[in-house]
Structure formats: C-alpha cells, structure tokens
Design a protein around this ligand. Structure first.
Ligand code: APR
Ligand code: PHB
Length: 387
C-alpha cells in the first residue's frame, strides 16, 4: 500500500488534515487504532475559536455547525460569588461558537466517508520506520500485519499515541506540568443554568457551567484525583456545583439524570521540536493544555492548518520551506496558548499548596480584571483565539 501522507490517528486533528488534503487532491490514508464509534464516544470540550469556525466553513465542513452551533459573544467569570462578564465581542470584535468536539468529529467523519478517502480503523500496534529515507507505517489489522509506504507521516495520534514515542529521546525535549486536581464532569439533558459559560473560582474549588445546545448542559467541578466517580451521585454533584457558582446561576440550575460522568486530569505539556525527518506531530500528540481556556481542539486545528499549507506547497511547487518552518511556527502559538491556559487555570482553581498570600494574589487578579478593560481585552483576545 502506498500514499502521499499517512495520517496516524483519526481524532479531530487527523480527520481535519485528511479533509484538507483530500480537497486539495493530495492522497492520504488515516490509520486509526479504534473504531469510528469509539472515537465518537469521547466527550470533549465544545468552544470553537473564530479561526476554527472560519476554517471549518471555508473548507466546506461547517454547514451543521452553522445551523446548530451557538454563537457566544461573552462569558462570565465569578470569584467567590462576585460576577464579571467578559464581553468578547465588545473587547475584540470577535466571538466564539459553542459546538461540541464530538459533533465536529462526526461532521468530518461523514465528509471523509463521502469523499471515499480511506480510513483504516482498528489498526493495532502501529510502528514507524524509515523516517529519514523511506517512511513506512506498519500495523496489524484483522490479524494481519500490513505496511503503508508514504512520503510524509502526520502524527495526529493524541497524547498516548505511537508517533511521539518513536522519536529518540535525545532528539526531543518535553515540558510538562501535572496539576494536583482533576475535573469531575457531568453531561445532562436539561437547559443550561446560564445563557453564557460561567467559570467560577470558589474557595471550595473551581466550577464551570457549559453547554452543548439549548437543551443539553455540561458542568464541571474541580476535584481531587483520588475521587471516584461512583462516590458522586448526581445530587451530590449538583449540590457541590451550586455552592461554587453565583446564587443567580445556582438558582437557575436544572437538575437531571447525568448521561455521562467522568473525571479528567489536568496537564500542560509541550514536545519540541514537532518534526523528526518526514514525520510531523500535530494536536494532542504535540501538546496538551488544561481545559480551562477551551484551547485543546482549537490548537490542534491550528497545527493542522499550518501543516496542510506546508504539504500543499510541497506538492504544488516542490518547496520544502513550509515544512521546514512548521515546527517553529506552530510552537510560537502553542507556547502562547499554553501560557493562557495555565494562567486561567492558576487564577480559577484552588491549589492544595496555596497559602493565604497566593489566594490574595488570585483575588487581586480578579479585581484587576474588574477594574481594567485592558486586562479584560487581553483575556478576550486569548479566549477568542490569537491571530
Ligand atoms: N495508532 C493509531 N491511532 C492511534 C494510536 C496509535 N498508536 N494512538 C492513539 N490513536 C488515535 C486515538 O484512538 C484517537 O482517535 O489517535 C486519535 C487521537 O485523537 P485525539 O486524542 O482526539 O487527539 P487530536 O486529534 O489531536 O485532537 C485534539 O482532542 O484531547 C482533545 O483537547 C484535545 O480537543 C483537543 C483534541
Ligand atoms: C465544555 O463544554 O466541555 C468546556 C467548555 C469550556 C471549557 C472547557 C470545557 O473551558
């Protein structure tokens, strides 16, 4: 088997790259470990930056998002019950779109199926070789060992994937922070407690009220990583959430049976560089952000856009300049986005090691945001997506 670009991983990064390449007439094959249904079963964040929305629209993948997505012109911060609206539209002229990552994935899968471009699901034990001369991807499918030869490999196989791990340790620098808590999340078929997202700092811990649609809500509370989901009945969850958000939001909270409940860890992570021979890392394979700024998917889509343009250039004009520039170019934006996600996380969570001074610093930062449109603008520029 032979293709131009072998894409490892059929999550949103791999699917989006495949979609862009296929539209450009560049042969590509997606090699995915799981089944399509498994990939669609993952519940992930749901806020799209303007740039992500634009790329989906321009590439013909935005029609359902345009119909069903919820444009949001602001969000609310709350600190020990005191509210502050961040007016994204007024501060930046831009807004965001609330549309679940699962839905983006579903739309891209459907387009790929229609295009006839191959996706090899259930591909186990992926290994790579020839990254400096004749790249090849080996994998087992239906009990048979197969090989895919290619010009380039796009490592879009997430944090636990095989691509980053196949780079020799001395050729890669890893930067990581693991936060001493997680998020306990609940998905429920009830209208959201507020029209906009609410990010709340409370001395009991962080809480977030988000949504997937006008009738489906997504709520999170900060928890210890020692917690077990089984110990959190729906009522215990809603009781705790209510204590952490403003009374107005707590009063509007509609309880219902959870349709998903899980605990996710929070991590910041960057690998450098993002090229090794003919292989390029993109998305969660390259970096992880804590979910506080809703940046994970947006950053992945940005990587993929830059990688696509570089590959298109290479096949159109035989120029490798874009490919040479890929890693430094995306890392610049990745680090800025890491900084924003880390700072939102640091402002809004309670840390076991925080002393009274550090807690006062958090409050002072919230008060500074209250008093300064300039500070709010910096937050809004980051939240709607760096240009
Ligand atoms: N071989 C083939 N496929 C693999 C392998 C492997 N060894 N390891 C992982 N995969 C697949 C996973 O099954 C998954 O479908 O790679 C895909 C990676 O998808 P994601 O983890 O969703 O990562 P990415 O596409 O980069 O999307 C980034 O996802 O985690 C969120 O916050 C993140 O929203 C961001 C987005
Ligand atoms: C979500 O809806 O899952 C979500 C929204 C915003 C975030 C994180 C998660 O910052």
């Amino acid at each position: 088997m032979r293709t131009k670009v072998a894409i490892i991983g059929g999550g949103p990064a791999g699917l989006m790259l495949g979609h862009l390449l296929t539209r450009e007439g560049i042969d590509n094959v997606i090699v995915e470990r799981q089944s399509g249904d498994y990939v669609l079963g993952r519940i992930r964040a749901g806020v799209l930056e303007q740039g992500t929305v634009d790329l989906l629209e321009e590439s013909g993948a935005g029609s359902r998002m345009r119909e069903e997505g919820l444009p949001h012109e602001g969000f609310e911060l709350s600190f020990d019950g005191d509210p502050l609206r961040i007016d994204l539209k007024a501060l930046t002229g831009r807004s965001v779109m609330v549309y679940g990552q699962t839905e983006v994935t579903r739309d891209l899968m459907r387009l790929r199926e229609q295009s006839g471009a191959p996706t090899l699901y259930g591909a186990k034990d992926v290994s790579l070789d020839g990254l400096h001369d004749q790249p090849a991807v080996h994998f087992t499918q239906d009990g048979e060992r197969r090989t895919l030869h290619c010009d380039y490999i796009a490592g879009c196989d997430g944090f636990h994937g095989a691509c980053r791990k196949s780079i020799p340790a001395d050729k890669l620098s890893l930067f990581e922070r693991i936060y001493p808590f997680g998020w306990l999340g609940v998905l429920v078929d009830k209208p959201p407690a507020a029209h906009e997202l609410v990010y709340a700092h409370h001395q009991r811990g962080f809480a977030l009220c988000s949504m997937r649609s006008a009738t489906r809500s997504r709520y999170y509370i900060q928890c210890s990583m020692d917690e077990r989901v089984e110990d959190w009945s729906d009522d215990r969850f809603y009781d705790e959430l209510s204590l952490r958000v403003n009374p107005a939001v707590a009063g509007a909270l509609q309880r219902g049976p959870s349709i998903e409940k899980s605990i996710a860890p929070l991590r910041s992570f960057v690998a450098e560089p993002l090229r090794f021979g003919a292989m390029f890392l993109a998305g969660d394979a390259a970096h992880i952000v804590p979910p506080t700024g809703a940046k994970g998917l947006n950053l992945a889509i940005h990587d993929v856009r830059v990688l696509f343009e570089a590959l298109a250039d290479r096949y159109r004009s035989d120029s490798e300049a874009g490919l040479d520039d890929y890693s430094p170019r995306v890392l610049d934006r990745i680090w800025k986005t890491e900084r924003f996600s880390w700072s939102m996380t640091t402002l809004l969570h309670t840390f076991p090691e925080h002393d009274p001074f550090t807690r006062r610093m958090q409050r002072a930062e919230f008060d500074a945001l209250l008093g300064s449109a300039t500070m709010r603008r910096v937050m809004a520029e980051n939240y709607t997506g760096l240009i």
